[in-house]
Design a protein around this ligand. Structure first.
Ligand code: SF4
Length: 423
């Protein structure tokens, strides 16, 4: 079999636009530039629209951390945090952030300003609360915690919604006191309308993975394009970006520029990427002509492709639904159902699960997921474990061996099916 080679040209102008957008965002945070006060928040179920309506800029330490990892600088911060006493098994995002804060916020892509406000906007992982408490102790700024109950069924419970909306009203009153201004509810609606427009554009992009061959890479490429849906949601810049990305995907199809020259394996991918070895991991996929057609991780900032969109006509209710519906806030039966649907809707041949050593919140349960997908759905599944931040936990030769063996067995299965006249 001739293995697929890299066809990086498929990324085209969309990737260039994304890089410019990321640069603009970090430049806007630099000292000396006139900038807004900064609210630190967490990606899952975040309250970006509300803090924006109060004039804050949003910083997501998780996104800063993954940017450090992809730029191969996370280990310095992790070692600094370990020297401060944080153990080997503490989440890599937390250690990256606390080591970075101890280094005065200096990164290779600019200085990260300290927070003016800490919003622990999600409670799906208990680590969040401790992380935000450590930041509050260091900076002495207001800390607000938003308690989000787990989703126990496919739709939010009435009592959960009432609890969340009451917390949002309380949050708004606190922000009114802190900022000395009233919430402009019309402005909040305008921000939510822009969020919704960006979400629609993002979903159009993600659903292109249903085409054969897929014109998009729904894991590695989508990770680049998550930035605006998380960091810039609520701005016109995010809306315009997804329009440009979707135009670029049309261009790819016209020019026959696909993620791999010949699509051989269509994958659903579950789990956070190994950011310090992102390119190496991607190359392992490409060398077998494998493309991810759907992935769960790019949905951590919102399961917009599953029907939820922010609604300016129901501002607080829709923000509450958004937070409840965060991917990591779903029970395992719900997560399994999402993956089963993706396999069917995107006509995937196999599922690849990447477990994270230092993140139990995302990873616990993935062993059972592997058994469910391979035994109950009958879909070949590979489970690999490394870390999202710590380069010491990625063993390239071992990962490659396991992936080679997996893709070889898929080829063999296909050859046997062909011989038997099944396909
Ligand atoms: S443990 Fe996992 S979910 Fe919790 S902060 Fe770390 S990466 Fe996020």
């Amino acid at each position: 079999m001739t293995r697929g080679a890299d066809s990086g040209a498929f990324l085209g102008s969309a990737r260039e636009l994304q890089k410019q957008m990321v640069d603009r965002y970090y430049s806007s945070l630099q000292p000396g530039n006139e900038r807004k006060p900064v609210a630190y928040m967490l990606v899952g179920g975040n309250l970006a629209e509300i803090v924006r309506a109060f004039g804050y800029e949003v910083v997501f330490p998780e996104i800063v951390a993954l940017t450090c990892a992809i730029k191969h600088t996370s280990l310095d911060y992790i070692l600094k945090a370990e020297a401060m006493g944080y153990g080997l098994d503490v989440c890599g995002y937390v250690k990256n952030d606390l080591g970075l804060q101890e280094s005065g916020g200096e990164t290779v892509f600019g200085k990260i300003p300290p927070p003016d406000l800490l919003v622990c906007s999600f409670s799906g992982c208990y680590v969040y609360v401790k992380w935000w408490e450590a930041l509050a102790e260091k900076y002495g700024v207001p800390l607000v915690t938003f308690d989000v109950p787990y989703m126990r069924g496919p739709t939010p419970l009435k009592e959960d919604m009432a609890y969340m909306v009451a917390q949002l009203e309380e949050f708004i009153s606190k922000l009114e006191k802190i900022t000395g201004r009233s919430l402009d509810r019309q402005e909040l609606r305008r921000i939510l309308a822009r969020s919704r427009a960006a979400e629609e554009g993002w979903v159009r992009f993600l659903q292109r993975g249903r085409e054969r061959p897929s014109p998009i890479e729904a894991y590695f490429e989508a990770v680049f394009y998550m930035f605006p849906i998380n960091v810039l949601r609520g701005t016109q810049e995010a809306v315009d970006f997804y329009e440009a990305v979707n135009r670029d995907v049309d261009r790819r199809i016209a020019e026959r520029q696909y993620p791999v020259p010949t699509e051989k394996v269509r994958l659903v991918v579950e789990g956070v990427p190994p950011y310090p070895h992102y390119r190496t991991f991607w190359d392992f996929f490409k060398s077998w002509g494998a493309v991810s057609v759907a992935a769960t991780y790019p949905k951590v900032g919102g399961l917009f492709d599953r029907g939820f969109l922010h609604d300016p006509a129901r501002p607080l209710e829709s923000i509450a639904e958004y937070s409840l519906g965060a991917y990591v806030n779903q029970s395992w039966p719900l997560r399994r159902a999402i993956i089963a649907d993706y396999v069917k809707e995107y006509e995937a041949d196999a599922v690849l699960i990447h477990g994270i050593k230092s993140c139990r919140s995302f990873t616990a349960g993935q062993g059972d997921l592997r058994d469910y997908v391979s035994r109950e759905l009958g879909v070949p599944t590979l489970y690999i474990e490394s870390d999202h931040q710590d380069p010491r936990y990625f063993a390239p030769a071992q990962v490659k061996n396991r992936m080679d063996a997996f893709f070889e067995s898929l080829e063999h299965r296909r050859a046997v099916s062909h011989a038997a006249g099944v396909v």
